[in-house]
Each structure stands twice: as C-alpha cells, then as structure tokens.
Design a protein around this ligand. Structure first.
Ligand SMILES: [Zn+2]
Length: 286
C-alpha cells in the first residue's frame, strides 16, 4: 500500500484548546493545515447544528413523509437499533447502508439519518443509521467499554455486546444480498507511520462493482466527488465489515471516510454525495 508522504509544519504560532497545546499540521492531501492534538485533529465547532439539517439541503430526493423503521436488530437488548427498509416497488438492485458504527464519527450517521427520508425510483435501500446506537447517543467510538464493533465481524450470537451486534448486522446484510454495502465512517488520526484515512473510500474486493468503482474514480479525478479530494485505499482491516463481508459473503463494501478537520456540514454533504453517486449509478434515483 502506498505510504503517504506527509509534511509536518510546526508553525511558530501554536493554538491552545482547553489547556492542551494544539499544533498546526499540514496535510498535502488537502493542501491545508489543521489543528492537531497529538495525532488527532481538533474538530471545528459545528457550523450547522444536526437539528437544522434537512434532506433537501444536500440534494436528497425526499419523500413527503418520513419512512418508518422496518425492524430492530438485537431487539430486547441494550444495543437494539432500527433498520429502515425503503422499497420503491419497482425492479432494481438492493443497497445496504451502515452508519454510526463508531458513534463519534458523526457525519456518517447524520448523513444516514437524512437519507431515511429518500424517495427511490427503482430498487430498494436498507439503512442502518446507528449501528452502534449506544455509541451514537454518547458520541463515542466503542459500543461498551473498549468493544469496537468494526473489529467484531462476523460476530457471534450471544457473544459480547459488540459481537452479538455484529452478528445481527452481518445476518441482516447477508439475508438481503445487496449488490453493494456502503459503510459510513470518519477519520480523525494522522501518523507518519500509518495510512492517512481522511477523505478515503476503502475497498477489499471490487468483484461485481468494477464499473461503479471506475465511475467513482473518474468523479474523484474530476474533483466532482465531494468538496475536497477523495482517495482510494485497500484492503479493509481484519474484523471490519468491509473485509468480512467481501471475503466471507462475496458482498462488496465501500467504506467512506470523511476527515473530521472539515466543518460538519461539509462532511455530511460529502458523505451524501458519495451515497447519491452510487444510487444514481444503479438508476435508483434521477
Ligand atoms: Zn470508523
């Protein structure tokens, strides 16, 4: 995998956040500097509150009434979380969107929540907006303690809460047999010795989605995919939905990672742009 060359510019002016020293770090991917505390970017204040975000603001063709949840995963446990199944009633592919696996990666689950109201022209869409609902409610990465849902696939029924949840999600996806899973995440960390995941699309296997992938690549090259550049990284990490569904069930997964140094409204817009690109590619929306 290509190791990114990144320059660290420690500017003479260091910023101070809540008594912790933040340093400006220059990221060549974006040709911009961002305040970092150690290896973690400092998120800017929200420019648009979640409660003010509407589907129309992000180009989502919205139904007049909100779609309602179709079923619950891990019902009757503390991790229970709703799935929205939106069926156009017309022939077409099935796509599954997972978001909120890491609750502090808010743009992914904000985007998925706005997509609950989408009106489709063809095919069907399943949306799991808050895979890790407890984490989303507390704005934290883990399910409980240090349990990471995205290292728990394919999961285990009756295992620890993350394994049990991973099993329910994996089971729901494999029953649906979607042509594509979109897993919406965000990235906050940069270190010289690891791949930078800000504004990336991660894939493990492209079997069956080659043409979609090339259309995403083409849009990224034309800089018409999101406001800031998106790159592509492979493979997904072991135990992730990306890696497990691709290898274990032959279901291709694209993991979207927006960079948490950008304003929240931009990150939500970029997440939605990529989802809408995929839905448009399959003729599910105009
Ligand atoms: Zn994540």
């Amino acid at each position: 995998m290509k190791k990114l060359l990144v320059l660290l510019l420690m500017l003479a002016t260091s910023l101070h956040f809540a008594g912790v020293e933040a340093l400006e770090v220059y990221l060549p991917d974006f040709e911009m500097s961002f305040p970092f505390e150690g290896q973690r970017v400092v998120e800017p204040e929200d420019d648009v509150p979640f409660g003010h975000m509407r589907p129309e603001m992000y180009g989502i063709p919205a139904a007049e009434e909100k779609n309602s949840a179709s079923h619950l995963l891990t019902e009757e446990t503390e991790t229970s979380t709703p799935v929205y199944h939106i069926d156009s009633g017309k022939p077409g592919p099935a796509i599954y969107i997972v978001a909120g696996t890491h609750g502090d990666e808010r743009a992914g689950w904000y985007a998925a929540s706005l997509l609950e109201q989408i009106a489709l022209d063809a095919g069907s869409l399943s949306i799991l907006p808050q895979a890790n609902r407890l984490g989303c409610e507390e704005i934290r990465r883990h399910v409980i303690g240090s349990l990471d849902l995205n290292r728990s696939y394919p999961g285990e029924e009756g295992g620890d809460p993350a394994q049990n949840l991973a099993h329910a999600i994996y089971d729901d996806i494999t029953r649906m047999q979607p042509v594509l899973v979109l897993d919406l995440h965000e990235a906050a960390y940069y270190a010289e010795d690891s791949d930078f995941l800000g504004n990336k699309i991660i894939f493990t296997n492209l079997d069956g989605i080659e043409e979609l992938f090339f259309s995403l690549l083409e849009s990224a090259e034309k800089e018409s995919l999101g406001k800031y550049p998106f790159g592509f990284v492979s493979p997904g990490v072991a135990g992730s939905l990306n890696s497990t569904a691709a290898k274990g069930a032959g279901i291709p997964v694209l993991t979207v990672e927006t960079f948490r140094g950008f304003p929240i409204s931009q990150r939500v817009e970029d997440q939605i742009d990529i989802v809408l690109h995929c839905l448009r590619f399959y003729g599910m929306i105009d």
